[in-house]
Every structure is written in C-alpha cells, then in structure tokens.
Design a binder for this molecule. Structure first.
Ligand code: SAM
Length: 278
C-alpha cells in the first residue's frame, strides 16, 4: 500500500506565487521530502512542462512514487549534484532541513524523544559518519566547534568535555545515551544540539554554499530561485548568495502567517527568500 507523507509543507501559496509557473516550463524541487511543494508545482504544469525532484534521502522515493505523472522525475541525489541532470530550469526551490517523516519515522534518531533509536542523523544512511560515530571518535575541540558554530550553544566547551569524559566509560550509541550525558530534557537546548550534529554529519553548510552555486548555473536567465531556511546560519548563507550573485526579489524574508503557524507550529522559524537569475 502507498505510504502518504505526514509532512506539512510550508509557505506553499507564497512559493507558487513567486515562481509564476509557466505551463510548459522546467522546474526543480531540490529537497523533495514528502513532495508537498512538488505536488503544488505539478498541478500547475501543462502536458509539456516538467518537474525534476531531488532528495538526498533515498527513502523519499516512497513518496515520489505517489506522484503519478509522466512529467515528474525523481532522483535520489543532493541538490549539489543538480548539474548531473543536464537541464535548464525556469524555477527552483529548496526547503532546507528535515521532514516530519524523518523526525518521527525514519528510525535515524532525528527526534530527541526517540531515546531507543541509534543517534545516526544522516539523511543518507549509506555514506559518511553517523552522529554517534562522530561523538565517539572526534576530539574535544571538534565537538566543541560543532556545538559552538552549528548549535550556537554558549556551553559548547563544557558539553564537549562532558561527552569525551563519558565516552571513556561507555560508548555513545543511542539518542538516550546522548540526552543522558547532556543532562537536560529542555527541548530548545536539545533541538539546538541535534541541529549542530545534523549539520556536521551531513556537511549541510557546504551542500548549501556550493549547491546554490550549482543551481544558479542550471537556471535560465530570468529563472526564479526560492529558498526556505530554518535557522540563522542557513539564512545568512542564502541571503548573502542572493545579494552577491542574483537579483533579490524579497528585500526582507517572507515568513508564515500567524494562521499558518497555528496550524503548523514547525513553520514558525521558516524564512523564505526569493531571487532571479540575471
Ligand atoms: C523540509 S524537507 C522538504 C519538504 C518538502 N518541501 C515537502 O513539501 O514535503 C527537507 C528535505 O530535504 C532533504 N535534503 C536535505 N539536504 C539535502 C540536500 N543537500 N539535497 C537534497 N535533499 C536534501 C531532506 O532529506 C528532506 O527530505
């Protein structure tokens, strides 16, 4: 049976308005997730239009299979690899971070409440180092850097020392092991620390910095780029890239309405920036 995504897509009508979709255009959804934005784009394409969707998490294919259109094409790739498609787009979107499906049902430790899960945190569990491997192998200064720069936590040094002291006694494996060492159940603190580890193991900032450059190369002149980010580190990268390399459409980021936040609290920190390729 087909599995439907539990992810609630954010700022959908705003994105659709900015894209000004041409019926016979070529579009890119660089972060497919549960496919909500893809669905909204596909509904507006005519028989000659095409939508190409990418996701670094190969398990997203189960949701891609529910979009039954010959104009829709899914590839389990990072948007960093967009040039491999050899296409030119009229518009591209990125909706950064992770989806509700990854948070609650991936089994990869994205939620600090799933204490029995392995603390993996990779989008693609087939490559690279998991978060628990990183925490067991990295030096105290590497761990401190992650919590200071990617979690923006002022106790980064103290937390890194706690981790390296504790792992001498017992290796860190599960979400529960990590939460116990940190010694708090405060969701804001844990979300911040999980964010830092996620950025580290997925090399998210490099994918974003270099990925924006690759996507721009694949945009037609006049092509629209729309990016939703969820924390200040990502938003700064997007803002600077657009200011330096493209024509900015949104002088200030567009944020969800109070109504959207009420229906979908996880949209509260979303910031949408839009620009045009010159
Ligand atoms: C917030 S979700 C996208 C939700 C989607 N817009 C929707 O409406 O259902 C972000 C998705 O981006 C994927 N992702 C993260 N980094 C990526 C990258 N570098 N390239 C492609 N996909 C990525 C994640 O695996 C996740 O599925």
């Amino acid at each position: 049976m087909e599995e439907l995504s539990k992810h609630k897509s954010i700022l959908v009508s705003e994105i659709i308005n900015f894209l000004e979709i041409k019926k016979d255009g070529n579009y890119l959804d660089g972060t497919f997730g549960g496919g909500g934005h893809s669905r909204a784009i596909l509904e507006r394409l005519g028989p000659k239009g095409h939508l190409y969707a990418l996701d670094r998490d190969p398990t997203a294919i189960r949701f891609a299979k529910t979009l039954k259109s010959k104009n829709f094409h899914f590839f389990p790739l990072s948007y960093l690899e967009v040039e491999d498609l050899e296409k030119q787009f009229d518009g591209a979107i990125l909706d950064l971070g992770f989806s509700t499906d990854q948070l609650y049902s991936s089994g990869r430790g994205f939620s600090h409440t799933k204490t029995d899960e392995l603390l993996d945190l990779r989008y693609d569990a087939n490559g690279g180092q998991s978060a628990w491997q990183f925490l067991n192998q990295a030096s105290v200064s590497q761990i401190e850097k992650v919590f200071r720069e990617y979690s923006e936590d002022r106790y980064a040094k103290h937390l890194a020392s706690k981790i390296t002291a504790s792992r001498r006694e017992k290796a860190i494996k599960t979400v529960g092991d990590f939460v116990e060492i940190i010694g708090t159940s405060e969701p804001a603190v844990l979300s911040r620390l999980f964010q830092g580890l996620r950025i580290q193991v997925n090399d998210e900032l490099d994918h974003l910095k270099f990925g924006l450059r690759e996507i721009k190369k694949c945009l037609k002149v006049g092509g629209v780029l729309a990016v939703i980010s969820f924390h200040s580190i990502e938003d700064r990268i997007v803002k600077n890239f657009m200011k330096e390399q493209m024509k900015v459409v949104t002088k200030k980021p567009v944020t969800p309405t109070l109504q959207e936040i009420q229906v979908n609290p996880s949209s509260r920190s979303a910031k949408l920036r839009v620009s045009i390729n010159l």
